[in-house]
Write a protein that binds this ligand. Structure first.
Ligand code: 3HC
Length: 294
């Protein structure tokens, strides 16, 4: 089941990263966005990342040119019809995913494998939007995609083991370490990460420590690259809140219940780094300043 032609739907933070690593691995990549300005923005971010690698000397300029040549952008879904694999990385809303998968199921021939990069929605439910649940699975990447080494390969009870195998091989070709998991909300990483992040907010709410002290504790005491509140700002409070609610709905377990402070920060739009404000103020992105919450 060779995979050479990869389509990526969505060229935001995750989609652009996936398209980049796929093109760097030697695959022919078509990345699709809904509008030309969004597509241009995503392609520019890939270009910036590749240039950074060239500047650092980890990618030769000639290789960068080859990666560019393997990558094309489109706003037309029909352009994905020749793909061996389609990876979806669009907005985390089931109705939008339903519309996309229903359309792609008509456009792409039967052998094309479909994969979703969802972090929280049900792969099984999405597979049932198509006539090919046996060729449908999850491929969950981590932010920033070019840096993070893990890919969760998520099978449903209907996924053909050969499709699972092909996805595992592809993730390895992308330079990632694949882990196999089943379609349970949160998979492995978010199942463990989300309660940890929510607990950090609870610790802050209870006055266990300041923002900086909570972050430094986990950085310096446990060797994490980022403290949990910095990581929440990095992932986005809205994203984490959304995932936590879906997980709470699935497991009905308090560990996944978003704490009141997080809910209120989301209501304020203080969603972290991308909003310029979360647990830290990012007016100077190079020097985030912890904020006070009373
Ligand atoms: N794109 C590409 N490369 C990037 C990058 C980006 N957005 N951000 C950083 N890098 C590269 C830098 O160029 C640098 O490369 P080099 O070592 O070759 O010079 C390297 O990553 C380290 O970057 P920095 O020196 O600027 O900064 P740090 O050492 O602090 O590393 C970090 C930044 C890699 C983001 C690190 O802090 C980290 O690993 N943080 C944790 C990230 C994490 O946990 N991600 C998972 C989030 S959960 C998720 O995605 C799941 C979802 O479902 C919610």
């Amino acid at each position: 089941m060779p995979i050479e032609k990869v389509a990526v739907v969505g060229c935001g933070l995750m989609g652009s990263g996936i398209a980049q690593v796929a093109a760097q691995s030697g695959c022919q990549v078509t990345v699709r966005e809904v509008s030309q300005p969004l597509l241009d923005k995503g392609l520019q971010s890939i270009e910036k990342n590749l240039q950074r690698l060239v500047d650092k000397g980890t990618l030769a300029a000639a290789e960068r040119d080859q990666v560019r040549a393997r990558l094309r952008g489109t706003t037309n879904l029909e352009d994905l019809k020749d793909s061996d694999l389609v990876i979806e990385a669009i907005i985390e809303q089931l109705p939008a995913k339903r519309e996309l998968w229903t359309a792609l199921d008509k456009i792409c021939p039967k052998p094309t494998i479909f994969a979703s990069n969802t972090s929280s929605l049900s792969i099984t439910e999405m597979a049932m939007f198509t006539q090919r649940p046996d060729r449908f699975l999850g491929l969950h990447f981590f932010n920033p995609v070019p840096v993070m080494k893990l890919v969760e390969v998520i099978r449903t009870i209907a996924t053909d083991p050969k499709v699972d195998e092909a996805a595992v091989a592809l993730a390895a070709r992308f330079g990632k370490t694949p882990v196999r998991t089943t379609d349970r909300t949160g998979f492995i990483v978010n199942r463990l990460l989300v309660p940890y992040l929510l607990d950090a907010v609870r610790a802050l709410e209870e006055g266990v420590g300041s923002i900086e002290d909570i972050d430094n504790s986990m950085k310096l005491g446990c060797g994490h690259p980022m403290g949990p509140l910095t990581l929440l700002d990095f992932v986005g409070h809205d994203t984490t809140y959304y995932i936590a609610n879906i997980m709470f709905d699935e497991f009905k377990d308090r560990r996944f219940a978003p704490p009141p402070l997080l809910k209120r920060m989301v209501a304020m739009g203080w969603n972290g780094r991308k909003a310029g404000r979360g647990f830290y103020d990012y007016s100077d992105p190079a020097k985030p300043k912890p904020l006070q919450f009373t």
